[in-house]
Design a protein around this ligand. Structure first.
Ligand code: TXA
Ligand code: MG
Length: 318
């Protein structure tokens, strides 16, 4: 069921049930992070392998101290500036966080999401919420309640409706587990902005503390259609196939294709707007029955980098 009742969402969560929650990045599939049975339900509903760890969501940095050994000064600086917001910190964990949530890693990923309904929900609960993106494993992340309902509606008792996700791309993940800060996933907080606060850092988006973790593999974020990087004009598509051919561009109009087969992510070439549209565009082209989607890379700056990362993964290119 889709609804806006925070009390109802809280009741389900207290009873060990799953609730899909809106965030500014993408919708999450949430459970009580301290209830291993409830967390197990997340993996089952998504068909997610247990070796892929979950992000723990809370309403304030103050609670984070209860679960992690210490928060390095640079991590505190980032949290003060970017929370609530699209940034996830990976920190060395205490035993209060179960191995199920962290997939056996000695670290835990934490984030304060920037969505009024979810912040209110989190502050009403006396436990944090473990939540991956609310999509079946391997598919594109959902940015509306309807996206969640389309694919997981029969597996979740309640979907909290919070409107379309404003950022539209998952959080940036930065690890403080090693000697220097290391970006593990490009996302809704740009590298440029992070650099302004902590200076240089490592960017290691194809490496992982758990090398099997699929957030970092090339098969993630993929629509059902075959996904190809490049201009459709360069592909010599047979005329009969054009009706099943879709395209994603930054702002460019494509003469060759019907208007409804092409998704322009931002007419004004605004990368933040493009990020908020990318996953919905992939879903829409899938829904229209496209067999192949040609996607053009964005400028490689700001959120363009994170969008390009998702496009490359959808096309199985590292
Ligand atoms: O924006 C987001 O981060 C969304 C919303 C719902 O908060 N969540 C999200 O979760 O994207 P998920 O599970 O789809 O992606 C989480 C990523 C995974 O790639 C996982 O491997 C990584 O975070 N991760 C989680 N815990 C980690 C840890 N302890 N060390 C390294 N990576 C971790
Ligand atoms: Mg995900």
């Amino acid at each position: 069921m889709i609804g806006t009742d925070i009390d109802k969402a809280a009741e389900y969560l207290k009873n060990g049930e799953l609730v899909a929650i809106p965030t500014e990045t993408v919708y999450g599939l949430a459970a009580n992070a301290f209830d291993t049975q409830a967390v197990t339900k997340i993996f089952k509903a998504k068909n997610r392998p247990f070796f892929d760890p979950l992000i723990v969501h809370t309403h304030s940095i103050d609670t984070v101290h209860q679960w992690v050994e210490n928060i390095p000064p640079q991590a505190i600086e980032l949290a003060n500036i970017f929370w609530p917001g699209p940034l996830t910190l990976v920190l060395r964990k205490k035993d209060t966080i179960s191995d199920l949530v962290t997939a056996g890693n000695p670290t835990v990923a934490v984030r304060v999401p920037n969505h009024p309904l979810t912040l209110q929900l989190l502050s009403q609960l006396d436990f944090p919420l473990a939540a991956p993106s609310a999509n079946p494993f391997g598919y594109v992340s959902p940015t509306t309640a309807q996206h969640v309902s389309d694919q997981l509606g029969d597996k979740i008792p309640y979907i909290l409706e919070g409107g379309p996700s404003k950022v539209g791309i998952e959080s940036t993940i930065i690890s403080f587990a090693g000697p220097v800060p290391e970006i593990l996933r490009l996302g809704g907080t740009s590298i440029e902005k992070i650099k302004q606060v902590i200076g240089d850092m490592e960017v290691n988006i194809n490496q992982h503390s758990n090398p099997q973790a699929p957030g970092q593999t090339d098969s993630h974020y993929a629509p059902h259609a075959r996904f190809v990087l490049g201009r459709v004009e360069d592909a010599n598509v047979p005329v009969d196939n054009l009706v099943y051919t879709g395209a994603i561009t930054f702002s460019r109009h494509i003469q060759l294709l019907a208007q409804e087969n092409q998704m322009r992510l931002s007419e004004n070439e605004d990368l933040d707007e493009a990020a908020s549209n990318i996953f919905a565009a992939m879903r829409l082209l899938d829904k229209k029955g496209m067999k192949v989607i040609y996607a053009e890379l964005m400028p490689d700056t700001g959120l363009g980098r994170a969008i390009n990362d998702r496009l490359r993964r959808a096309a199985h290119i590292k």
